[in-house]
Design a protein around this ligand. Structure first.
Ligand code: PSU
Ligand code: MN
Length: 305
């Protein structure tokens, strides 16, 4: 049990602590991508390289996770390695974050949980690969990621390469509109589909520089609007896998998940892993490239806020 459930158990890594004191821009990073999104050892290497990219841009990286019932904002290399190698790490979202704190558990934070922790830490900018969304077949399964609700509530900008093409992108965009979440394409009119630059859907809004994006975030606060925003940053051309090429493997991976009755939190990690195998690892290479690309942009936005 935690000492007192009235006091938030949160600690800052030394680098984040110093950045907070200096007023240096900080970029939050999620940890589910480490524990459930990528295989070992690419997960550790990517997490560390993404942090370095943020430093090279003049900002401070803050990878967030729950370790033994405490929110850690800023992890050491040893923490990241331990997270990546352990298999008893919970995948935490809004529904179970407080449980992990009270029960003294360790868990990685999804986009939703990372946003909650970032907001508590006063961090407005967050870089990831792709957010969760409305799954294909959601009209039957009701599988809609808690990430979407969180974007409607918590004031954090999430830089992502759109949503994973394994989701139902049209429905995801509809839900985001209903929830009042701005979806801003960065230098693009097309909403990107994670591994591919194109999704067949236009992006509701477009902005071409980091200062404008920061101004939009501030204006929403000035208007008294709660919630965050999505900055949709397409994967660089050199790293993309064209949409048509991905689609066959996505369909195969989803039908495997259905055949094996994979449900709930296990769906996204299962499908990502199957897609990695079906693409002979190419999807992972693209995944790594787009996370790095998002980290670079997030550092620029963080500096502009
Ligand atoms: N993007 C990735 N890999 C991931 C995820 C996103 O490239 O593993 C994770 C994020 O943490 C996101 C979560 O919040 O998947 C969504 O899971 P679900 O669909 O169960 O809400
Ligand atoms: Mn789900």
């Amino acid at each position: 049990m935690t000492a007192s459930p009235n006091i938030l158990p949160i600690v800052f890594g030394s680098e984040v602590d110093a950045a907070r004191k200096e007023g240096k821009p900080i970029v939050a990073l999620e940890s589910t991508i480490i524990t459930h999104g990528m295989p070992f050892p690419e997960n550790v290497a990517t997490a560390l390289e993404v942090e370095q990219i943020i430093r090279d841009e003049g900002a401070c990286p803050a990878t967030i996770a729950i370790l033994d019932g405490t929110i850690h904002v800023g992890l050491s290399r040893e923490d990241i390695e331990a997270l990546a190698e352990r298999d008893d790490i919970m995948k935490l979202s809004r529904a179970d974050l407080a449980y992990a704190l009270v029960a003294g558990k360790s868990g990685s934070t999804t986009v939703a949980a990372t946003m909650i922790c970032a907001a508590q830490a006063g961090i407005a900018t967050f870089a990831t690969g792709g957010i969760g969304g409305v799954h294909r077949g959601a009209e039957e399964s009701f599988d809609i990621s808690a990430d979407l609700q969180e974007l409607a509530k918590t004031p954090v900008m999430v830089v992502s390469a759109g949503v994973k093409a394994l989701l139902d992108i049209a429905k995801t965009l509809e839900v985001l509109e209903t929830l009042g979440v701005p979806v801003v394409g960065f230098k693009t009119d097309e909403f990107p589909a994670f591994w591919s630059r194109e999704s067949g859907h236009t992006c509701p809004l477009r902005m071409d520089d980091a200062d404008e994006i920061a101004a939009l975030y501030t204006m929403r606060k000035t208007l008294g609007l709660e919630g965050g925003m999505i900055v949709a940053n397409p994967v660089p051309e050199a790293d993309e896998i064209p949409r048509a090429e991905m689609e066959t493997d996505i369909i195969e991976a989803i039908s495997e998940a259905n055949r094996l009755n994979v449900t709930g939190k296990d769906v996204t990690p299962f499908v990502l892993d199957r897609i990695k195998h079906l693409t002979d690892g190419d999807s992972l290479v693209t995944n790594i490239a787009l996370v790095k690309n998002n980290a670079r942009l997030a550092a620029k936005i963080a500096a502009a806020v």
